[in-house]
Design a protein around this ligand. Structure first.
Ligand code: DNO
Length: 398
């Protein structure tokens, strides 16, 4: 198929093994060297250890997600040149091992954001949920960020204050745990012994961005890309920036990968084929301002990796993760465009695609999975996406 079936695997402590993933019919693995601290070089030896394990199970290491971008790149720290040279070294080493698709993001402090990890739907399945009022509770009342009061609609601020006054300390601890520990922890995030400590660490991280606005963050992204893209080019590597999730301003932080104009700026500023995009339909689709059909056409030739999932918008800015073929994303049209794009390229090369997230269904609630990454829900989604892709490819052949 034009889209390579890939699966996110979190390494040896992922409770889903490579042997199990192989049985699902997966062709490629998406993973990272999670044990190497952010900023250190990934050596050929370490890369090969993981690559070898994957290949022993008849798959290939298709995509790195992520080669983590140190905070210092984003706020422009004094040590960024040293860190950039480590980053380039890692890229060279990945290139030597034949791993050429690299996903990364440029979201300051916090990667993706959800307020509930097990939101029960009427049919009994559980989904990831973003509740806007809860998020404002976290920002305005828990973090106590004064400026937040003027950054959100007044009716939401009022609801948030009321909700906060009704919350128990356990409710607050759960919210903190969800937003800044559980969803971030497995990526490169905060590990703390208690909510107070997590909040304190988080506030320190936020403080690094007090004087950084979107313009400055863009400058820092440009600096990073201008430094690393030549190395990517020399090694045949495609860098694929991941959109902001959700694609809106949060916590007073600058965010610059949330819209068509943002992406156009990034791709035009460093106009190299190695400077590309992870087309994450769930992240972009959570923004009502985004026209995904227009974006997939406009940016097709710079998309090298796809995250396929959909979201369902609710009143007042809430959203939850919809079934993969439902919700606000026209999955048929997105897949069709990606398949056609691959046809325009080299017939030998397919585009890695992974279903992003999945609902918890059936026995998933008994498993110990990273938030958003259960086995059965993702398997079901993968089967649906694979079926749709196969049908589209067949119909395009006439
Ligand atoms: C969450 C993921 C993100 C993504 C990074 C890429 O489930 O989509 O954590 O991996 O933003 O750098």
């Amino acid at each position: 198929m034009n889209l390579e079936k890939t699966w996110r695997w979190f390494g040896d402590n992922d409770s889903i093994s490579l042997a199990e993933i192989q049985q699902i019919g997966i062709e490629g693995i998406v993973t990272a060297l999670h044990h190497i601290p952010n900023g250190e070089v990934w050596t050929v030896e370490e890369i090969k250890k993981t690559q070898h394990k994957i290949e022993e199970h008849g798959m290939r290491w298709s995509v790195v997600e992520s080669l983590p971008v140190h905070e210092s790149f984003k706020y422009g720290g004094d040590d960024r040149d040293r860190l950039i040279s480590n980053y380039k070294e890692s890229l060279k080493n990945l290139g030597k091992c034949g791993i050429k698709t690299i996903c990364y993001n440029f979201m300051p402090v916090i990667d993706w954001i959800r307020t509930e990890l097990d939101h029960k739907l009427p049919n009994g399945s559980e989904v990831l949920y973003f509740n806007f009022v809860d998020f404002v509770v976290f920002d305005l009342c828990v973090l106590d960020r004064k400026a937040a009061e003027n950054e959100y609609p007044i009716n939401i601020v009022e609801k948030a204050k009321k909700r906060y006054s009704e919350m128990s300390s356990q409710d607050i601890a759960n919210l903190v745990d969800t937003i800044i520990v559980k969803t971030q922890g497995f990526i490169d995030g905060i590990t703390a012994d208690n909510p107070e400590e997590a909040i304190a660490i988080f506030q320190e991280l936020l403080a690094q961005y007090t004087h950084i606005d979107d313009v400055q963050l863009r400058d820092n992204l440009k600096y990073f890309l201008e430094a690393i893209i030549p190395t990517a080019e020399e090694n045949g590597i495609k860098m694929c920036i991941h959109p902001d999730d959700p694609p809106m301003k949060v916590l007073g932080l600058p965010r610059i990968v949330g819209s068509r104009d943002d992406i156009k700026w990034i791709l035009d500023t460093v106009p190299s084929a190695s400077n590309g995009l992870t087309f994450c339909t769930g992240s972009l689709g959570a923004g009502v301002h985004n026209d995904l059909d227009g974006m997939v056409e406009e940016f097709a030739d710079r998309i090298y990796f796809a995250h396929l999932r959909s979201t369902q918008q609710q009143p007042e800015g809430d959203f939850f993760e919809a079934e993969h073929l439902e919700g606000s994303v026209d999955m048929y049209n997105i897949i069709k465009n990606l398949v056609q794009e691959v046809d325009r390229r080299d017939l030998e090369i397919s585009m890695p695609m992974r279903v992003d997230h999945g609902r918890k269904i059936l026995f998933d609630s008994e498993g110990n999975y990273h938030p958003g990454y259960p086995l059965l829900g993702r398997m079901k989604a993968m089967a649906e996406i694979t079926g749709m892709t196969a049908a589209i490819e067949r119909s395009l052949q006439g």
